[in-house]
Design a protein around this ligand. Structure first.
Ligand code: ADP
Ligand code: TRP
Length: 326
C-alpha cells in the first residue's frame, strides 16, 4: 500500500504465540504500523468465547497475549491497541448487521461448517462470528484488513454487509480489502513433523517466550532426516528460520555446507538456538516487565479502548441516524 490507509485487524487470544505466529502474522502488523498506516489492532476476546474456554485461562491468556503484542513492538502511541470487549459499540453494530445479513450467507461460511462439525453443541455465536467481525472492521471504516488465509472469507462477508447496508441506508461504509499474508512464503513447519505447519496445538512449538535452554532443548530434538525421495523438510525449515533470525553471512555459510554435503545439523541447531534466543531476548525482558505491572497494562488497554471508542461512537451514531434507531 503506497498511501496511508486505515488498517484493522484482530487476533484471538488462544494461548502463547509461537515463532510461526510471529513471522506469519505479528510481523505484518509491525510492518503496517511502521509504514505509517492508521492501525487499529485488538484482541478478539468476544470471538474467543465462541469455542469452548475456561474463564481463568481466558483471563490469563488475554493478559499474556496483550503483553506479547506490546513487548513485540505494537506501540500504543502509533497504533490503537485494545480489547474488543472494551468497546461495547462492536456488539451493537454486530447486532444491527445480524439484522441485514441473510442466514444463508452465514451458514455457508467454511469456518462455521468446520467448527460446528467438530463441536458437540453449536452456539449461535459461532454462526454470527462473521457479522461481529464485519462490525470490527466497518466500525473504523477500514480500507485494509490483514488476515491469514482462513479469514479471507470473513472479510469478503464484511464487504457483502457493507454493500447491503449502503444500498439500504445510503453510502456509509467503504468496502474493505483483505491483505492476505503470503502463507507460501512464511510457513513455519513443526519441529517434530516438518511436513506439517507449526501450530499451537501441535507438539512443542517454539514459543516467542521460550528461554534459551528451552529453545536449545526443542531444537536439539528437531527432526532433520531425509525422506525416501531425498527431501529434507526438517533441515529446510531450520535453514529458513536461520535466514530470518540469523545473519545473511551465517545463512550462506550453512547453505554452502549443505551444498557440499558437509552440513552438521548439531552445528546448525546450535547457531539457530543462539540466534533465536538473542532475537527475542529484549522481547522476553519487556514482556516480563509488562506482566509484572498489571496496572500499567490495564491502563494501556484502557487508553487504547478510549481512542477506539471515540471513533466507534461516531460511526454508531451515524448508523443509528441512518437506520432510524433513536
Ligand atoms: P495456530 O495454527 O498455531 O493455532 P492461529 O490459527 O491462531 O495459529 O494463527 C494465527 C495466525 O498466525 C494465522 O493467521 C497465520 O497466518 C499465522 N500462523 C499460524 N501458524 C503459522 C505457521 N506455522 N507459519 C506461519 N504463520 C503461521
Ligand atoms: N477472526 C479472526 C481470526 O480468527 C480475528 C478477528 C476478529 C479479526 N475480528 C477481526 C481479524 C477483524 C481481522 C479483522 O484470526
Amino acid at each position: 500500500m503506497n498511501k496511508p490507509e486505515i488498517v484493522v485487524s484482530g487476533a484471538r487470544a488462544s494461548g502463547k504465540l509461537h515463532i510461526g505466529n510471529y513471522l506469519g502474522a505479528l510481523k505484518q502488523w509491525l510492518q503496517l504500523q511502521s509504514d505509517g498506516h492508521t492501525c487499529y489492532f485488538f484482541i478478539a476476546d468476544l470471538h474467543g468465547i465462541t469455542t469452548p474456554f475456561e474463564p481463568k485461562e481466558l483471563h490469563q491468556n488475554t493478559l499474556d497475549v496483550a503483553a506479547t503484542y506490546l513487548a513485540a513492538g505494537i506501540d500504543p502511541n502509533k497504533s490503537v491497541f485494545f480489547l474488543q470487549n472494551h468497546v461495547l459499540e462492536h456488539a451493537t453494530l454486530a447486532w444491527i448487521f445480524n439484522c441485514i445479513t441473510p442466514l444463508g450467507e452465514l451458514e455457508r461460511m467454511t469456518q462455521f461448517k468446520d467448527k460446528s462439525q467438530n463441536q458437540e453443541s453449536i452456539n449461535a455465536g459461532l454462526l454470527t462470528y462473521p457479522t461481529l467481525m464485519a462490525a470490527d472492521i466497518l466500525m473504523y471504516k477500514a480500507a485494509a484488513v490483514p488476515v491469514g488465509e482462513d479469514q479471507v472469507q470473513h472479510v469478503e462477508l464484511a464487504r457483502v454487509v457493507a454493500r447491503k447496508f449502503n444500498s439500504r441506508f445510503g453510502q456509509t461504509f467503504p468496502e474493505p480489502k483483505h491483505l492476505m499474508r503470503d502463507e507460501g512464503l512464511v510457513r513455519i513447519k513443526s519441529l517434530s513433523e516438518p511436513t506439517k505447519k507449526m501450530s499451537k496445538t501441535g507438539d512443542e512449538a517454539l514459543l516467542m517466550d521460550d528461554e534459551p535452554e528451552e529453545i536449545m532443548r526443542k531444537l536439539k530434538k528437531a527432526v532433520t532426516g531425509s525422506d525416501a525421495s531425498g527431501q529434507n523438510p526438517g533441515a529446510e525449515n531450520l535453514l529458513f528460520l536461520l535466514s530470518h533470525f540469523g545473519t545473511k553471512q551465517q545463512t550462506d555459510h550453512f547453505l554452502n555446507l549443505q551444498k557440499a554435503g558437509q552440513l552438521k545439523y548439531s552445528d546448525l541447531k546450535e547457531a539457530l538456538a543462539q540466534d533465536i534466543s538473542d532475537y527475542f531476548a529484549e522481547f522476553r525482558e519487556k514482556k516480563k516487565e509488562l506482566l509484572a505491572k498489571p496496572k500499567f497494562l490495564a491502563e494501556v488497554l484502557g487508553d487504547g479502548a478510549a481512542k477506539a471508542r471515540k471513533v466507534a461512537q461516531a460511526t454508531l451514531l451515524e448508523v443509528k441516524q441512518k437506520t432510524g434507531l433513536l
